[in-house]
Design a protein around this ligand. Sequence first.
Ligand code: CA
Length: 531
Amino acid sequence: MPLRPLAVLMMVLAVVAARPALADGHEKDKRPNIVFIFADDHAYQALGAYGGYLQDVVRTPNLDKLADQGMLFRRCFVTNSICGPMRAVIQTGKYSHLNGFLVNGNRFNGDQQTFPKLLQEAGYQTAVIGKWHLGTHQAPQGYDYSEVLKGQGPYYNPPMLKDADGTGDNKQRTEEKHTGYTTDIITDLTLEWLENGRDKGKPFMLMCQHKAPHREWSPKPEVYETWKGVTIPEPQTLFEDYSKQVAPRGNQTMSLQKDFRRGYDDKTNGWAPGNLTAEQKAAYQAMFAEENAAFEQALPSMTEEERVRWVHQRYVKIYLASIESVDQNVGRVLKYLEDNGLAENTIVIYSSDQGFYLGEHGWYDKRWVYEESLRTPLIVRWPGQVEPGSENGDIVSPLDFAQTFLELAGVERPADMQGRSLVPVFKGDTPEDWRESHYYHYYEFPAVHMVNRHEAVCTKRYKLIRFYKATGNSKRVQENPGYDAWELIDLEADPLETKNFYDDPAYEDVRTRLHGELKRLREQYKVPDAG
Ligand code: CA
């Protein structure tokens, strides 16, 4: 093996070349900064630049501008459409079954390898501000600075946990009280860290993570005021007939008709978050008072269909108004970067932990492998590298983010990460052997919203979905283990995903091919047998 030492030397040289002027105090480190702005449950159909049936009512001018200046990804597929698990996938670059965080309620093992730890080792400053939601009792590890919401965090007046010494333990962790609207506060803290918190001689990776637009969708009164009188277009599947669908679709408890809660969800009955000041509470109740009074008056004579339509209008308006505040705050961060000479050498990435249903299939919430919750927004601005106003249709995933950030910092990919760096894709140079299929696996059942366990293989056109029963001796599992079922989706023939082609003889070849692909992906990603 005479060439081996030379090959090793070449690799070392390549890595050294990718890390210019590491903190020697004389030459400025030119590696790009990374600003990762992350929303919770932001549906792509609620982001103007994505177009779609809601585009005439969605208000995201700052995100639309970011897309004009960068690249918009049409197929950013999550691996497990639920909050905590996707955050763990992003931290580790590994699927849920390997990072150990399969369902909300698990606790993330922060001792494992994560991308921010590797960035720190490579000389990056790292910070996370806002939602963490990984169930850890210690401060986030791998960050020079963290100030995070406790658990889910409220829409107003959030207590936040600040790790002042950045050691990732609880030695100097303090609880900070804040009064105001959480989306604004997270941004205030983000700008404060950019201005006064960071070491301006170093490149940085900053995660600004919003709670919004997660349930319970509480907008600011002055924003919601401007949504009164707006009519939200309805999705074609608002009144889907589950009896014609694969069994798990009828078993869920996330339907606007059956499950959307009076008060807490629809803001009737004078409901308000429990932690508001008297003044905030009065303003909160006042923003819905007039519409609610009209609804209560009309309700006795409403048909069930009319009532569902009203619920849908209310739901999507409070959701979109919550997003409008996220968008305004994205604008504040972008303006800061612009005003402070940081825009040129900073990659800005906007994404969400998954998508969301806004009445499609009659649902709210997420979890399924169907389009609205499989796809999540991804917009990337990188001046001089990403072509402004470009779109990408490759299958990419938040699974790829860790390796992407590492490549940006010139750090070699750890062999056990399971995604792929998006850096060449950003540059419009997708490798020839880029993935043509994606592996998906949702585990959280029986649980809130009762979405059956399922795994799937997704291509640009098809999805082969295997639903499987939960096992175990708990009373809950015994009472409702869910279903074993197969479903085959053809997005070209049926973009609304209301038909199951699994038993259609015309799809025999497709089905066989996808079964093979599912098997191959399970082996590639080391998925243990389930169900
Ligand atoms: Ca989420």
